[in-house]
Design a protein around this ligand. Structure first.
Ligand code: ACO
Length: 422
């Protein structure tokens, strides 16, 4: 075999040759040959936990495609709603399918009054909106107990629609509660990003008129954040989904994973970093501190991309359009200078550290008026379509329950000692 690896078991002297398929080898052949010898791989950097036909990434080349379609083409020509259909169904919809999808999502934007009264508004006044979102999504499983019927196609489909449709409503509701403002019901004359803006910002006007440039920018950001294959939150979705839990419980677990600063919180860290740097003149000194290992350059580097993150380029262009409406974010100059210095510095070049999607997205959200604690919530709104696409794929694959091995490094057997003798 031209593309293969040979494994020799030095205990028996036997060898097997395993073909390399798509850059990897299948554990099945390894397992059959080596019996109970497992692979120690913390953080799964060398383990593919599943086969997936949803998203393709080539980190060296800076390529990202959903279902084969390049991310830049989708960002320029599609809408988040259409991309959500693509992720879930595997193909772009025709005009009729798109209209039916739009209608289905639109009629499910409202949440049960008790989700609002008992859950969203039951939280303490200063609760973090992401904490509220995670809990409210989990609570939905009790409102839709039929969601447990995950082998029924129609029931599955209905929960997918509900989750995609209700995320903006829950997100805006979480924000309004955390600011002591009254809940705004969805306006189903508006499209998904417009509706989110209305539910976020509407005050006393009879109808909120969203700025089309800002709504479009939000839609582009939603397209860019809709999926990113086996990241931490998607892995959580698949792991919980593999136990055959209902989709609300699995989505709540995925959202919880997204809450962490290493994942959905990075754009917030970028804003804090830029604010702390304070001025363009301070950039070289800050970069020196990064190089000395005292701090990290937030929004730079990626586990997968070792080239310019293709999403970062689109976000940067979107930022320019947004700033024409909102005025230029004063932190932008610091960000541009940081990027320029880093891209010409040996430390970053040799480690292949480039801006990631989060380097500029926080600047856009901040300029649009979103507080930093809403950033992970804004990430979760579109990512739910990616999570659900993976959940559906997992069920269709008839996957077994996720159950990794472990390397035990604890004590050997020892006798129990009664407390008075310790
Ligand atoms: N600033 C400075 N140095 C960095 C950075 C950074 N942002 N990222 C990596 N490095 C350095 C590391 O110090 C290390 O250097 P060394 O070899 O001299 O020890 C080398 O580059 C490799 O770094 P790792 O930590 O091994 O890279 P890993 O793949 O584990 O981490 C991560 C990826 C977490 C994204 C990292 O680059 C980072 O912390 N970036 C800042 C946070 C961030 O922007 N996160 C958003 C990711 S995108 C998303 O989740 C949507």
């Amino acid at each position: 075999m031209a593309e293969s690896v040979t494994i020799t078991d030095n205990r028996s002297g036997e060898s097997i040759e395993i073909p390399i398929v798509n850059g990897g080898i299948e554990a099945d052949a390894w397992r059959k040959f080596l019996g109970d010898i497992w692979f120690y791989d913390p953080a799964f950097t060398t383990t593919a936990g599943c086969a997936s036909a949803i998203t393709f990434i080539d980190g060296d080349e800076g390529i990202l495609r959903y279902r084969g379609y390049p991310i830049d083409q989708l960002a320029e020509q599609s809408t988040y709603l259409e991309v959500a259909y693509l992720l879930i169904h595997g193909e772009l919809p025709d005009a009729e399918q798109l209209e039916k999808w739009r209608e289905e999502i639109t009629i499910h934007t409202f949440i049960h009054e008790n989700v609002r009264k008992r859950f969203l508004e039951g939280f303490h006044h200063d609760a973090h909106p992401m904490g509220i979102l995670v809990s409210a999504v989990a609570a939905l499983s009790t409102f839709y107990p039929e969601a447990k019927e995950i082998s029924d196609d129609e029931t599955r489909h209905l929960q997918v629609i509900r989750l995609i449709a209700k995320m903006p409503t829950l997100a805006a509701g979480a924000y309004r509660h955390s600011r002591g403002m009254p809940f705004v019901y969805p306006d189903n004359e508006l499209n998904l990003p417009e509706n989110l803006l209305s539910m976020m910002w509407k005050v006393a006007e009879p109808r909120y008129e969203p700025d089309p440039v800002l709504a479009k920018a939000l839609d582009v950001l939603f397209i860019l954040h809709a999926d990113h294959e086996q990241n931490c939150s998607t892995t959580a979705m698949r792991t919980v989904g593999s136990s055959l839990a209902d989709p609300y419980s699995a989505t709540a677990a995925a959202a919880a994973a997204l809450y962490g600063p290493r994942h959905g919180g990075a754009n917030e860290a970028v804003i804090r970093m830029l604010t702390q740097i304070g001025s363009v003149d301070e950039v070289p000194a800050f970069v020196d501190r990064v190089k000395a290992g005292e701090t990290r350059l937030q929004g730079f580097g990626h586990r997968v991309y070792k080239n310019y993150d293709p999403r970062a380029r689109i976000v940067k262009e979107t930022a320019d359009q947004v700033f024409e409406v909102t005025g230029r974010n004063p932190l932008l100059d610091i960000a541009l200078k940081l990027e320029e210095v880093a891209l010409n510095d040996e430390y970053f070049v040799s480690r292949r550290l480039y801006p990631n999607v989060d380097f500029y997205s926080g600047l856009i959200y901040q300029s649009m008026g979103f507080p930093v604690d809403m950033f992970p919530v804004l990430f979760a709104i579109p990512r739910v379509s990616g999570w659900l696409a993976h959940w559906l794929e997992l069920l269709d694959q008839g996957s077994r329950i996720a159950r990794p091995r472990q390397l035990y490094v604890g004590a050997d057997e020892r006798p129990y000692v009664p407390v008075e003798q310790r």
